[in-house]
Write a protein that binds this ligand. Structure first.
Ligand SMILES: Cc1cc2nc3c(=O)[nH]c(=O)nc-3n(C[C@H](O)[C@H](O)[C@H](O)COP(=O)(O)OP(=O)(O)OC[C@H]3O[C@@H](n4cnc5c(N)ncnc54)[C@H](O)[C@@H]3O)c2cc1C
Length: 509
């Protein structure tokens, strides 16, 4: 039975980091627009954005080896690393704006500076890392990166990893101190608290079951109040599908042609966590290794210091797992019900092509704790099983679509799908994920609100001074952004008379 109907300007489906970011940007740009949020769970940031459901890496391509590839001529392609780094600088500037304006507080609760390192073994990998270091360290975005093959220096950088290690093959690492550990769950909750104070209508325990176009081009959502079972109808001129793993089903329900031919394949993440303070204290970095052959890029093993609930812990993983659910709290029928007549051939083509991934997932699912410990011991040679527990993290639904590379190609990035008229948009995929939420949402706004974007530009530049500017071409600007965001987010003490990036860039634009 339907007992409630509302009309609003914007509806955000899902209360994860993406909806939180879009809602906050819109409230700064057009404070008088009415925004409603519908979230099926009891609170914000409980799915992939939750601190225990992701690795909390502020992805800036400082340590992730899969963002730099070796070209056939042996040189290193750093274009993806540059893009991801620039996107992360956008996030850092927006978060700093919010802290400066006191729209969110206590940045130390959601972001901490932490060295990012890449660590490799074997002649070929060391050769690759050295070339990668040369290509990146000359670039101002990666300023401060160090490289070593010296076991003594490594002992100083990563004692837990180097202790009791047989160094019988070449080993090398890079380190950059300006990396970050981000508690995306805390940030999401902070942003929703802020949105609530701006009269955004936030409805938890409300599941969006369906949607249809109305005659005037708006969208009517069928929303089920989970607590009462009542069905409500809510209409908006613009809808953002920020349902994380739930977005594909919602996109399909919208019926927009742009959503056809897309499928999804879920990969779970499993981490090992160490809470033994004696071990935890011996490590202070995020150390990324190289993915195993056949492993998908998001399965690159890493050993991370994490700061969660005012406590330091260590996380190792992720191991891949398989569950047909698209959300951690989803249904066992999610995968099956996402296969439709219009995407079945794409899905079948992907199934046939991705045998290596299927094999890898089966192997991963079958791993015993001791086998997982063996993988951990490649990082910490004397790791003891009693110090480590398994935790199941979030689901990542990888996008499958037909591309120039062929039918049914598995995508590992993030995809924004928008209707031709910009009235609805969905975010699919999960990598580089939360770290790039701000630039992805700005890109979405350019696509969906082209009629407003020029008028919004000055305010966007106030929030994100580098908006529309290629940082790479402005080394001085990179320095200023690094300095001011580090000061505002509490990484370093505020210097007297620090430059005001805002004014300078506005003059340049
Ligand atoms: C194992 C793992 C490790 C990761 N590591 C990192 C990392 O180190 N760094 C990084 O930047 N990113 C990382 N990510 C990616 C990052 O977590 C995600 O990109 C990001 O959290 C996605 O945010 P979101 O708002 O789109 O989705 P979510 O946080 O999942 O939020 C979606 C919300 O929508 C709700 N919802 C879904 N369907 C409906 C419906 N029908 N009605 C109402 N509500 C609905 C859900 O309940 C959920 O609360 C990782 C992800 C995983 C799984």
């Amino acid at each position: 039975m339907s007992n409630k109907q509302t009309k609003t300007d914007v509806i955000l489906i899902g209360a994860g980091i993406m909806s939180a970011t879009l809602g906050t940007l819109l409230k700064e740009l057009v404070p008088d627009w009415n925004i409603s949020v519908f979230e099926r769970l009891e609170s914000a940031g409980e799915e992939s954005s939750n601190e225990w459901n992701n690795a909390g890496t502020g992805h800036a391509a400082l340590c992730e080896l899969n963002y730099t590839t070796e070209k056939p001529d042996g040189s290193i392609d750093i274009s993806k690393a540059i893009k991801i780094n620039e996107q992360f600088q956008v996030s850092m500037q927006f978060w700093s704006y919010l802290v400066n304006r006191k729209l969110i507080n206590k940045p130390e609760e959601f972001i901490k500076q932490l060295p990012h390192m890449s660590l490799v073994h074997g002649v070929q990998n060391v050769h690759f890392l050295k070339k990668r270091f040369k290509a990146l360290s000359n670039n101002p975005l990666f300023h401060g990166m160090e490289y070593t093959e010296d076991p003594e220096k490594l002992m100083d950088w990563i004692p837990l990893i180097m202790e009791d290690r047989n160094v019988n093959e070449p080993i090398a690492a890079t380190k950059i101190d300006s990396g970050t550990d981000v508690n995306f769950g805390d940030l999401t909750r902070k942003l929703f608290t802020h949105l609530e104070s701006k009269n955004v209508n936030i409805n938890f325990n409300h599941n969006v079951d369906g949607m249809k176009r109305t005659n005037d081009g708006s969208w009517e959502l069928k929303v089920r109040n989970i607590a009462t079972g009542r069905v409500e109808r809510h209409t908006a001129k613009f809808v953002f599908i920020g349902g994380g793993g739930g977005s594909l089903h919602l996109l399909q329900k919208s019926g927009i042609p742009e959503g056809r031919g897309i499928g999804g394949f879920p990969v779970s993440g499993i981490f090992m966590v160490c809470n033994n303070p004696e071990i935890v204290e011996q490590h202070h970095a995020k150390v990324y290794g190289k993915a195993k052959v056949g492993a998908p890029p998001m399965s690159v093993p890493h050993l991370d210091t994490r700061f969660i609930d005012n406590k330091k812990s260590l996380l190792f993983g992720p191991f891949a797992g398989f569950s047909p659910k698209f959300l951690k709290t989803g249904s066992m029928f999610d995968l099956v019900t996402s296969v439709k007549p219009y995407n079945v051939l794409t899905m079948l083509a992907a199934g046939a092509k991705e045998m290596a991934l299927t094999k890898y997932l089966i192997q991963q699912v079958m791993l015993s704790k001791e086998q997982r410990m063996e993988e951990l011991r490649e990082f910490i040679p004397n790791a003891k099983a009693e110090d480590w527990d398994l935790i199941v993290a979030g689901q990542r639904v990888q996008v499958i679509k037909d591309t120039d590379a062929g039918k049914g190609t598995l995508q590992f990035g993030t995809e924004v799908i928008t209707a031709a008229d910009g009235s609805i948009a969905a975010l699919l995929g999960a990598s580089p994920g939360a770290s790039t939420a701000v630039s992805v949402m700005l890109e979405l706004m350019e696509k969906c609100f082209p009629q407003h974007i020029d008028e919004w530009k000055p305010k966007i530049k106030e929030m994100v001074p580098s908006y529309g500017v290629s940082l790479l071409k402005k080394p001085d600007l990179i320095k200023e952004i690094h300095q001011t965001t580090a000061e505002t987010l509490g990484f370093i003490e505020k210097k007297q008379g620090s430059p005001k990036i805002k004014t300078r860039i506005l003059q340049e634009a």
